[in-house]
Design a protein around this ligand. Structure first.
Ligand code: PEP
Ligand code: MN
Length: 337
């Protein structure tokens, strides 16, 4: 971090600032130029609030030269993090495909869909039990019963389950869930992130609708700061001026996240576009860009789905998409599963 001081800063203010900055366990190097006095901070500056430094009376400007995230930063952890979910490895160079309905709706729906996605080659099952809906009058999910149904589907298929948590109050209900999803709308629910930091469950952290890549990494940092380093970063599309698609898939986020962080990267082409026809091309693009996993919505009867039917593939469509994903994975020398 570089701190540029205002000209003629009073000595006592200067001493106070240096003392305060040194209290963060960093080395403070003073550089006196002809025009300006500069402080160069060396060490781990991630605990220093840049805005608090900027607010100091004698400070003219501050610049970070190091990212504010440390645990998630590839600079401090060059090897890829590999997360093991019941033997499925995420981040080891293979590809995992998480598939299933947006919402768990009934025993028949989730079991039928789980069997179909497994047959087509999916390696994990998704399904929302707690649903973050824009309207309070829309289907809100089967809640605890939904988790029970997912566990039944896991028994039948052997597929590990991924499901979304919306509140800290429900954390005990997730004891047998394999991967806890934090949805886009909760990416900055910091109390929830802190609680998941104290859990040993893998977390699939989705990027918020209007959040930057750095904010996504800082949310991962919240979980990791608590001791849980099993975090997957998920690009699921962001809000832009474009209205043709539900969101805009920020495909550049995929290789960028892989460069900035050692955490596995997951892409959700379903929520990114809202259109079944775009799921295959964007899945293939994600693979080429280095995604470690895909999360795809599949429903046994999309027309009658209680949520996200327009973006949900039928089992037959999913099987076709999987064929082409497999071709691409083979070409890249990647195993699925
Ligand atoms: C979901 O996975 O069904 C979901 C609600 O996702 P997102 O948080 O990305 O909107
Ligand atoms: Mn959905």
């Amino acid at each position: 971090m570089i701190v540029i001081l205002k000209p003629n800063a009073p000595q006592d203010e200067y001493d106070k600032l240096v003392k305060w900055l040194s209290s963060f366990d960093v080395k403070v190097n003073a550089i006196t130029g002809t025009q300006k006095q500069i402080l160069g901070l060396v060490g781990d500056t991630s605990k220093i609030d840049i805005e608090a430094v900027r607010a100091q009376e004698i400070v003219e400007n501050v610049q970070r030269v190091q990212e504010p995230y440390k645990n998630a930063n590839r600079k401090f952890h060059p090897e890829n993090t590999v997360i093991d979910v019941e033997g499925r490895k995420i981040g080891d160079g293979s590809l995992q495909v998480i598939a299933g309905p947006c919402s768990v709706e009934s025993e028949e729906q989730i079991i039928t869909t789980a069997i179909a996605v497994k047959e087509a080659g999916a390696t994990m099952l998704r399904g929302g039990a707690f649903k973050p809906r824009t309207s309070p009058y829309s289907f809100q999910g089967l809640r605890a019963d939904g988790i029970e149904l997912l566990l039944q589907a896991k028994k039948v298929t052997g597929l590990p389950i991924v499901t979304e948590i919306m509140s800290l109050a429900h954390i005990d209900l997730f004891a047998d869930v394999d991967v806890i999803q934090v949805g886009a709308r909760n990416m900055q629910n910091f109390e929830l992130l802190k609680a998941l930091g104290h859990s040993d469950k893998p977390v699939l952290l989705k990027r918020g609708l209007a959040n930057t890549i750095e904010e996504l990494l800082m949310s991962a940092e919240y979980i990791m700061a608590g001791g849980n380093d099993k975090v997957m970063l998920c690009e699921r599309g962001i809000r832009t001026f474009e209205t043709m698609t539900r969101n805009t898939l920020d495909i550049s986020a995929v290789p960028l996240l892989k460069q900035l962080s050692h955490l596995p990267v997951v892409v959700d082409p379903s929520h990114a576009t809202g259109m079944t026809k775009l799921v295959e091309p964007l899945s293939l693009a994600s693979l080429v860009c280095g995604a470690d996993a895909l999360i795809i919505e599949v429903h046994n009867d999309p027309k009658n789905a209680l949520s996200d039917g327009a973006q949900s593939l039928t089992p037959a469509q999913f099987a076709q998409v999987m064929k082409n994903i497999k071709k691409q994975a083979d070409f890249m020398g990647k195993n699925i599963g």
